[in-house]
Design a protein around this ligand. Sequence first.
Ligand SMILES: Nc1ncnc2c1ncn2[C@@H]1O[C@H](COP(=O)(O)OP(=O)(O)O)[C@@H](O)[C@H]1O
Ligand SMILES: [Mg+2]
Length: 207
Amino acid sequence: MIQREVIIIFGRTGEGKSTLAKKIIARYNRVVVFDTLHEYHGTVFSDFDSFVDYFQHPDSDFFLVCRFPSPVSFSYAARLLFETQEDILIVLEEADNYLNSVSFNDAYDPFFQIVTRGRHAKISILAITQRPTLIAITLRAMSTRVITFCQTEPGDLDRMEDWGFDPEEVRNLEKFKYLEKTKGGIHDSNDKASPSQHETPKKDILL
Ligand SMILES: Nc1ncnc2c1ncn2[C@@H]1O[C@H](COP(=O)(O)OP(=O)(O)O)[C@@H](O)[C@H]1O
Ligand SMILES: [Mg+2]
């Protein structure tokens, strides 16, 4: 069984965020993607009602792709998952839609609940965004793994500093390379594919 994780991936478009996300997702048997960009393959749901129906008799393993027309449907879906499911990974593309500073103060927001209380149900989150300035910084304390690809906008780099990264290093990352911070320290993508907490951290910046 995989430990419960809250993973955040930052980076400009085209740097390899979704490709890395797909590698991470492959370790999970029960996945729900909020696929606003229509990039994932799986059992596609175009409306919330059919998603509800599915969970009357869900398979034991699944890869569900939600492409709802309205943002509020994603909120309903998050609430349904939080209230009824265990041991799942929820993938949020354009995660700034769901985990921004406004919603992230609201104890009734289902995404807030999943991040702060999802540990009990082993509900993991993989959040992906190009726009670090819009993601609630308070998430930092709850994240188990933070990954950044190259970023160049001054505002975004300042924000990456808030997340514990060296802005110069983030700015100078080559295409498809990333820096990764886990509870064990900071790593880059030249390290072994999946740095474990047992490796010696390159820097002792802890979450
Ligand atoms: N490590 C990699 N090596 C080579 N090509 C890659 C790598 N990661 C991503 N790509 C390619 O780069 C393009 C953009 O990747 P993608 O993951 O969609 O980026 P993003 O989600 O950050 O916009 C895709 O065509 C993808 O196949
Ligand atoms: Mg992408």
